[in-house]
Design a protein around this ligand. Structure first.
Ligand code: PHE
Length: 445
């Protein structure tokens, strides 16, 4: 086997991981989740979930990846626990599965860049969404988005992923920042800031049962946890920089971009009197596109916004494809580019049904969100916290000034609070899957 690749620089790793984390989850899903869950009250719980549950869990993926220097499946074997390879397999399958429909949504985004430029959706954003979100056109653009993803991954860790994310991530921040400044000039947008930034404690207390699982689920998804993506990226470290410091940087930057997206979306919606709580998979496209249609310079704004969304989606999609590609690169003699193309084609095929109808896509999403992700994170935490604890603590401290006490505090989080939070999310997720499948009547829930 040839020499395994590593990141060229520490910053390269951090930016690639931020690129993975910043995705449709931040720019598209987060503002609308916030809207559907009571505004700022949701954000309070979400921030707590990100830092208390998400951050320690990210470090758990990092310690396995960096120590094993292998893809998620073989990593467990390399650490001397062959039976646990099944956990890596769940993560790898999740990556494969999620990319299949993430790419369909990526295809919509490409369509919306063009639609903004030509004003195609200006006369009726709902009808437009209906027309482009399913059917042959959606399948074609799904193929295009997948081809772009393959194009990056085929070039490898440094020449493909590191180099491209170094361009994409700063562009996302600059363009989104520009949009936020522009949004601040809108008449009537002030109500959006209030809704977004001042939490209503009564709302929080009254709805904690639904806010909590939504916030924890969102935290995992946005931090790219549970799919082996962070584990895989850490496996290319080959250096002993501080994992907690790098992880904290990634978490903070990712949170910043999510909040920034809210500073764009909420003033726009409020200035036009649109309710941000009208959730649902397509709603963000319909409501936001509808808003662009009414604003001065809406075409330009639409193009910039959807370009941001495309860059965010692409820099995440490559991390998902890399998880699966890494497994085959580590285990076969075929070239990385051949493997990436083959896998891209297979994932494309898996995603095609979800390009036939929103209800199918919603199913794909629900299986990932409610079952695969929490299950995979939960098993990984048990492994790090209880099976491999001593080595994990040593690995976490490597390259840091972290005291034994600090590392032990992390360990106990990984052993208790974090898996408990995930378990609750998993159970509630299974319940909602059962409701979706009609196994439990809605009334009971
Ligand atoms: N974090 C990405 C987002 O917010 C989604 C993602 C999850 C990407 C897992 C890679 C791995 O959209």
């Amino acid at each position: 086997m040839s020499q395994r690749e590593t990141w060229a620089t520490r910053v390269g790793f951090i930016i690639a991981a931020v690129g993975s984390a910043v995705g449709l989850g931040n720019v598209w899903q987060f503002p609308f989740q916030t809207g559907a869950n009571g505004g700022a009250a949701f954000i309070v719980v979400y921030l707590a979930a990100v830092f208390v549950i998400g951050f320690p869990a990210m470090l758990a993926e990092f310690v396995i990846g960096r120590r094993a220097e292998r893809n998620p499946i073989d990593a467990f074997a390399r650490l001397g626990h062959r039976d646990w390879r099944v956990v890596g397999a769940i993560g790898t399958i999740s990556a494969f599965w999620i990319l299949s429909f993430y790419s369909v949504v990526g295809g919509w985004v490409i369509r919306y860049i063009v639609g903004s430029a030509t004003g195609a959706y200006f006369s009726g954003s709902e009808a437009y969404f209906g027309a482009i979100s399913a059917g042959p056109e959606a399948i074609g653009l799904h193929a295009l988005f997948m081809a772009l993803t393959v194009g990056v991954v085929a070039f490898g860790v440094t020449d493909g992923i590191e180099r491209s994310t170094k361009l994409m991530v700063p562009s996302i921040v600059v363009l989104l920042g520009g949009l936020a400044i522009w949004a601040a000039t809108l008449d009537g947008g002030g109500a959006g800031y209030a809704y977004y930034l001042s939490p209503d404690i009564d709302t929080l207390v009254a709805n904690i049962g639904s806010i909590l699982p939504a916030a924890v689920g969102q935290a995992f998804f946005t931090l790219s946890l549970g799919m082996g993506a962070m584990l895989t990226y850490a496996s290319y470290l080959g250096r002993d920089d501080s994992l907690p410091a790098d992880g904290a940087t990634i978490v903070v930057l990712n949170t910043f971009v999510g909040l920034l997206a809210g500073l764009v979306v909420f003033p726009i919606l409020f200035s036009l009197g649109i309710d941000p709580g009208s959730g649902g998979l397509g709603a963000a496209f319909i409501t936001l596109a509808g808003a662009f249609a009414q604003l001065p310079a809406g075409r330009l704004l639409g193009v910039v916004f959807f370009v941001v969304l495309l860059l965010a989606a692409l820099s995440s999609a490559i991390s998902l494809l890399e998880v699966v590609t890494a497994y085959l690169v580590d285990n076969t003699d075929r070239s990385r580019s051949t493997l990436a193309v083959g896998l891209g084609a297979a994932i494309f095929v898996l995603g095609v049904p979800s390009a036939f109808g929103l209800s199918i896509l919603a199913w794909y999403n629900a299986i990932a969100y409610n079952l695969l992700l929490p299950l995979s994170v939960f098993c990984l935490l048990i492994f790090v916290g209880w099976v491999d604890a001593a080595d994990a603590v040593t690995e976490l401290r490597r390259g840091t000034g972290l005291s034994e006490g600090g590392a032990t505090a992390w360990l106990w989080f990984v052993r208790t609070v974090v898996p408990l939070g995930v378990l609750v999310t998993l159970l509630l997720g299974l319940q909602s899957l059962a409701v979706r499948a009609g196994l439990i009547a809605e009334a009971i829930v």
